[in-house]
Write a protein that binds this ligand. Structure first.
Ligand SMILES: Cc1cc2nc3c(=O)[nH]c(=O)nc-3n(C[C@H](O)[C@H](O)[C@H](O)COP(=O)(O)O)c2cc1C
Length: 207
């Protein structure tokens, strides 16, 4: 296994057929967060997952994304923000529902927030492209986590879109959450979900 970071201008293979990766992609699935348990990645595994996540197409090398890592007590601390905002928005809900919000980030041993952080680039890389690159980071993180032997799920839920939670996360006005990637372990087998009939969404263009 070769996971070292190549240096700038290092020579890389032009193409690299990998039946193992094709098999991996054919079986790839998210793991519902409710099935997750300990352990999560250790420090070394997390560093690799984050490095591989950032290895995405990025027009003009802007790195228009960043990470917020929630581990250990930080997950419970952030839950206080979620519970407070939820109770404020929905004052009539039962305490148990607010407790659920308080414990949202405790559902997995690790949660990584991926922030889409577009750079103002007049006449340069459109914001749309930069946001797509942030989506690619999230997808790479799912793949890197799973290839490291962990379960992962990409969630946004309500708090990815809430202005008050954005403030608690210290997002700049130009930034948005691309998602929260929950990462943990899972011992239960997964069942396949319905997939699109790809033939139906393909059109071969002709004049
Ligand atoms: C941007 C984005 C946000 C998502 N947010 C949620 C969410 O809030 N709640 C949810 O149940 N699934 C959400 N999903 C879907 C799951 O992450 C996942 O795609 C699905 O459960 C199973 O798909 P898979 O097995 O092909 O990965 C989201 C997916 C994407 C791409």
């Amino acid at each position: 296994m070769k996971t070292d970071a190549p240096l700038k201008n290092d020579c890389l293979d032009a193409v690299q057929a990998s039946p193992e990766v094709l098999s991996f992609l054919s079986q790839r699935r998210s793991t519902l967060v409710k099935l997750m348990q300990n352990p999560g990645p250790n420090e070394h595994e997390l560093a690799l997952i984050l490095r591989l996540s950032a290895r995405v197409p990025d027009h003009r090398k802007l790195s228009p994304w960043r990470f917020i890592v929630f581990q250990g007590q930080a997950r419970a601390d952030f839950g206080e923000h979620l519970a407070k905002k939820f109770a404020c928005d929905c004052p009539d809900v039962e305490d148990a529902r607010v407790d659920f919000e308080r414990e949202r980030f405790l559902r997995a041993p690790l949660v990584v927030g991926v922030v889409s952080s577009p750079v103002d680039c007049p006449r340069g890389t459109p914001k749309w492209e930069q946001e797509l690159s942030a989506g690619a980071v999230c997808m790479n993180m799912l793949l890197a986590a799973r290839a490291s032997g962990f379960a992962a799920q990409w969630l946004t839920e309500w708090y990815a879109f809430d202005p008050e939670i954005e403030r608690a996360l210290d997002l700049a006005a130009s930034e948005r959450m691309a998602g929260f990637i929950y990462i943990g372990s899972c011992v239960e087998p997964l069942t396949e979900r319905a997939r699109p009939e790809v033939e139906k969404i393909i059109k071969y263009w002709s004049k």
